[in-house]
Design a binder for this molecule. Structure first.
Ligand SMILES: [Zn+2]
Length: 406
């Protein structure tokens, strides 16, 4: 067999011994305990190898604007308000520079695919969109970017936004996203976003139920529209922090409904923790949807970064492993199988959520990332770094192991 590269001595899920991976024409051509070949070799150092991390929910357009905003309340309403003001001043070059910084950090942390929301409305215009479309092209050598044309501030009270989303979907946006909690007519908003998705044949992603009041929820309309339009498997919802304010029996019921309808759910631990519970001065609630419980009921779940250095989340390094560790800690997860499930939420399950095939097997594109650990649970437990990555067989980054100089 003629190979272009062999990555030797790596661990993959389901194989107790280390294996070699042979790559030819950008694809995985062989996986075996030992591959003899004259092709160049990379020593995998016994690392865990996977198809990389998948960021299912990030906002590249509004990352890195902390110094332009004031955070007094630390609430969702304030974050939306402050960001709306800042984005009116965004330029294409400005968005491009900030988004590129985050994107490069994500690549260095082992992310090989991401879905980014991009706000398109009368304040943002198409400037953020233009910048992210450019990045998508320029960084295709390292990462697959899916662009979600997003109505952060509602549509029914500002109908021009809907026409702008429509145009973005014609000009390069891959999917459409809505935000019923900022729209005065949340149910109408959900239906209109679905209409747009259906018209363009795209998936749909909603920011949903982002508070801790279990009384009022926009879930029923999303579930009903998903079923009515036969849209199962193409709908995802983010936050849904209300679920953390509901007793287990109710969460179980909702979980069954989501699994039946084919709706995926993303938790955004950094943002959910930062913005929720601001009305409390002690015993502040965690406010993160119980993703592990929902996954056990068959709901496709993911963990994602959401925001980086802005009023929604004044922290961030675009590391999905750090997010997975944060979620594990908040969810009080300790067992290896739970930590493996959490790793899946930033890799294969997140890929499924954004409709992407994901596997380390012969015939697949040679998108490979090596983590400095023997298996997935350890990566999450100890926030082990990504040491190197390849996309379609071409090396895209290196983070050599640190060493002490005694
Ligand atoms: Zn978001």
């Amino acid at each position: 067999m003629s190979l272009d590269l062999v990555i030797s001595d790596v661990r993959i899920p389901g194989s107790p011994e280390t294996v070699d991976i042979g790559i030819a024409s950008g694809r995985i051509a062989a996986i075996a305990p030992t591959i003899s070949s004259n092709a160049p070799r990379e020593n995998g150092l016994g690392c865990f190898a996977c198809a990389g991390l998948v960021e299912s929910h990030i906002h590249l357009d509004k990352a890195g604007i902390l110094e332009r905003c004031v955070i007094c309340e630390g609430t969702l309403a304030e974050a939306v308000r402050e960001t709306a003001e800042a984005k009116a001043g965004f330029t294409v070059e400005d968005v491009y520079g900030r988004a590129r910084t985050v994107l490069e950090r994500a690549i260095l942390h082992g992310t090989t695919a991401l879905r980014t929301f991009v706000e398109i409305d009368p304040r943002a215009g198409f400037r953020s969109f233009e910048a992210v479309v450019q990045l998508k092209k320029e960084y295709a050598w390292a990462i697959d970017i899916e662009i979600c044309a997003f109505a952060q501030e509602g549509t029914t009270q500002e109908p021009e936004t809907e026409a702008m989303l429509d145009r973005a979907l014609r000009e390069g946006a891959d999917i459409v996203g809505g935000c019923p909690y900022t729209d005065p007519e949340p149910e109408d908003h959900v239906r209109r976003i679905f209409d747009l998705a259906e018209r363009h044949g795209t998936s749909v992603d909603f920011h949903l139920d982002f508070d801790l009041d279990p009384g009022k929820t926009d879930l029923p309309v999303v579930i009903a529209e998903t079923k009515r339009r036969n849209y199962g498997g193409r709908v995802s919802i983010g936050h849904v922090t209300k679920l953390s304010a509901m007793p287990p029996a109710v969460v179980q019921l909702v979980g069954r409904q989501l699994a039946d309808a084919g709706i995926g759910l993303t938790v955004l631990p950094a943002t959910d923790l930062f913005l929720n519970g601001r009305d409390r001065d002690h015993l502040v609630p965690r406010g993160i949807a119980p993703a592990l419980d929902l996954a056990k009921q068959g709901v496709v779940t993911s963990i994602a970064t959401n925001n980086v250095l802005n009023p929604f989340t004044p922290y961030g390094d675009a590391s999905l492993i750090r997010m997975a560790n944060l979620y594990a800690n908040v969810a009080q997860a300790s067992r290896n199988d739970d930590l493996e499930a959490i790793f899946s939420m930033v890799s294969c399950d997140a890929a499924q959520m954004i409709g992407r095939s994901y596997a380390m097997k012969v015939g697949m594109p040679a998108d490979i990332v090596l983590f400095d650990a023997p298996e997935a649970a350890t990566i999450v437990r100890e926030i082990r770094p990504a040491l190197a990555g390849w996309k379609s067989g071409r090396k895209t980054f290196e983070n050599p192991r640190g060493r002490l100089l005694r």
